[in-house]
Design a protein around this ligand. Structure first.
Ligand SMILES: [Zn+2]
Length: 128
């Protein structure tokens, strides 16, 4: 019994590698609207624009990390790894890229589901 519990604890991520829901903020350098959160313990500053699959490709080519949040499981922000990127585009989550001062996402690279998607927010209004 104790062995099972120890195994379960070992599989969980350490508590210092937290993921938190994003909150609206302002970039201290360029004053752009951004989202700030922790992804696996790393503090991140995300561009507020929702990006689509093509936008994610551009972000990855530019060397920017991409992050997912807002799905029905929880609203925590998680960096997208190769496995997540290779899967089908998430229907119930938003994808954002790292904020890059001065960079503006063209409408062709933005996710247009904003008005119609049945995205899950537990009382937290999206900041965009
Ligand atoms: Zn900035």
């Amino acid at each position: 019994m104790a062995g099972r519990l120890a195994q379960r604890r070992a599989r969980r991520a350490p508590e210092h590698l937290i993921c938190t829901p994003p909150r609206a903020a302002q970039c201290p350098k360029c004053r752009a609207k951004v989202l700030v959160c922790h992804s696996y313990g790393e503090p991140v500053q995300l561009d507020a624009a929702h990006i689509n699959r093509q936008g994610e490709r551009i972000a990855l080519i530019m060397g920017l990390g991409t992050y997912q949040w807002g799905d029905t499981r929880d609203e925590k922000c998680r960096r997208r790894n190769a496995g997540m990127i290779g899967r089908e585009w998430p229907s119930t989550a938003w994808i954002h890229a790292d904020h890059l001062c001065g960079w503006h996402w063209d409408k062709d690279y933005r996710d247009v589901r904003v008005q119609s998607a049945p995205l899950h927010y537990s009382g937290v209004a999206p900041p965009f």
